[in-house]
Design a protein around this ligand. Structure first.
Ligand code: MRU
Length: 360
């Protein structure tokens, strides 16, 4: 349900710091920014029920790999609140069922199953009545949020070393504050550079079909006072050909053990163009995006989304109803095209081996 509505022309309540996911003031709901409406409207939503949590994740009201991990963990807690007065057996069954439904909302980003497995692991270690278990789960979800925020900052601090003071950075989709619990991944080095007085500028691929680049990346950078230029996806190659881009930084949804990674559809093409033009291509991601269980990119499941996302735009038909639509949400970029990964631990350079990565 909407809590705060303020159009961009009249937005006195819009908070200075972007918090894409947080607890509502009463602690009973997950408060998110409804990213389907940006940049035209700033609306916050409180998610309390399982249906509300699943709908928000699958319709991209909350999106971005780290943010859906955090929202999934917090949403699990919120959705169980109404059931904590019941019998322990019933509560345990609901916990497993709610986690399974949230997990099924989006298959590609590993952060979502990673966060839910962490929640189930915490529940398994707890003793006591459902209310006590729910308190422990709330504590775990709050920790996941806090850790994500800290990982973003560390990514920024590592990545800023790669940026000249006046670097021109090309990015794809949105891997900023809106996509995480903190300041973002791909945008974190840019925010830190700006904090330190740099004059970094950003070129944001529009990112068809859902326009996360033009709607979200450009919105949050403009709001922070960082120069941003929006381009349609097909324009990136000509910008690089003209020598107008110093480096690319993108996010990731899942990084395989060999360094192949999934990210928003279009990332692979961008990496090829960058390689062709000798432009460094960096991937910024937290440890929670590494999946050491997946050996390589072939084993990453790619989410396929509905054809109307491509067929319609702004409520208008832009392709004939009869035309089939190809709409994978993500693609896989081979590790060989990655100059380095910018992680919360360190900058990782080839040859890549993430097989020992994990939290335990
Ligand atoms: O479909 P989306 O908007 O969730 O896709 C998001 C991306 O592809 C991001 O680049 C990725 O999740 C990294 S976000 C820090």
């Amino acid at each position: 349900m909407p809590t705060t509505t303020n159009s961009e022309t009249n937005a006195p309540q819009r908070p200075r710091v972007i918090e894409a996911v947080r607890w509502s003031p009463d602690g009973g709901a997950v408060r998110i920014i409804d990213q389907r409406l940006l940049p035209a409207e700033y609306v916050e939503l409180d998610l309390r029920t399982l249906d509300e949590v699943c709908d928000a994740i699958s319709t991209l009201a909350v999106r971005g790999a780290p943010a859906i991990g955090v929202a999934g963990a917090m949403g699990l807690v919120a959705s169980l609140d109404a059931h904590a007065g019941g019998a322990p057996g019933d509560f345990g069954d609901r916990l497993v069922a709610h986690a399974a439904r949230i997990r099924a909302t989006r298959p590609t980003a590993v952060n979502l199953p990673w966060a839910l497995d962490r929640m189930l692991g915490r529940a398994a270690r707890e003793q006591g009545p459902p209310r006590a278990i729910l308190t422990a789960l709330r504590d775990e979800a709050t920790q996941i949020l806090a850790e994500d925020r800290a990982m973003c900052r560390r990514i920024g601090e590592h990545g800023v070393a790669l940026l000249a003071p006046d670097a021109r950075v090309l990015t794809h989709c949105n891997a900023g504050a809106l996509a995480t619990g903190g300041m973002g991944t791909a945008l974190a080095p840019i925010y830190i550079a700006a904090e330190r007085g740099g004059r970094v500028s950003v070129f944001a691929d529009e990112t068809r079909p859902l326009l996360q680049g033009s709607r979200l990346t450009a919105w949050e950078l403009a709001r922070a006072g960082i120069p941003v230029t929006v381009l349609t996806d097909g324009m990136a190659a000509s910008l690089m050909q003209r020598g107008s881009i110093d480096l690319c930084i993108v996010g990731a949804d899942r990084i395989a053990a060999n360094g192949d990674f999934a990210n928003k559809i279009g990332t692979y093409g961008l990496a090829i163009v960058a390689r062709h033009h000798g432009v460094p291509f960096y991937v910024a991601a937290p440890t929670s995006t590494v999946d050491p269980e997946v050996p390589d990119g072939d084993a990453i499941v790619i989410e396929q989304r509905g054809g109307d996302e491509v067929r319609r735009s702004f409520g208008r038909l832009i392709a004939p109803e009869e035309a089939a639509v190809y709409n994978p949400a993500f693609d896989v970029t081979p590790a060989a095209l990655v100059t380095a990964f910018i992680t919360d631990r360190r900058i990782v350079r080839p040859p890549y081996d993430f097989s020992g990565w994990g939290f335990e």
